[in-house]
Design a protein around this ligand. Structure first.
Ligand SMILES: [Zn+2]
Length: 109
């Protein structure tokens, strides 16, 4: 039964929000029931471990958001930084960040 409650990320992604809610509620109830049977020392330890796991998952979530943001920013600036002509003097852009003719930044702010 241990294996049954441990779903892979792919399996979790395939679940509907309702199914996910039911699973979460069941897991919470089971955890609470186990928790109630523990001694205060065990409960304190479990709380600490749970806190650590939350912090770890928050940190990895933060990393994922950060890299997604970076990827998005790179795609955005990638298209923004490539005007074909200088907006100031109309000279063809050499592919750099500044106009080779008048020196004006080619990035559209
Ligand atoms: Zn120019």
């Amino acid at each position: 039964m241990e294996n049954k409650s441990a779903l892979s990320p792919e399996e979790l992604m395939a679940l509907s929000p309702e199914e996910l809610r039911v699973i979460m509620e069941k897991a919470t109830r089971e955890a609470q029931a186990q928790f109630d049977k523990m001694t205060p020392e065990e409960q304190a330890r479990v709380r600490m471990e749970a806190q650590k796991k939350i912090e770890e998952s928050n940190a990895s979530m933060q990393k994922m958001i950060e890299s997604a943001r970076k990827m998005l920013a790179e795609t955005e600036t990638g298209t923004k930084e490539m005007p074909k002509f200088c907006t100031n003097c109309g000279a063809p852009a050499g592919g750099g960040k500044f106009c080779t003719y008048c020196g004006k930044p080619l990035i559209n702010a």
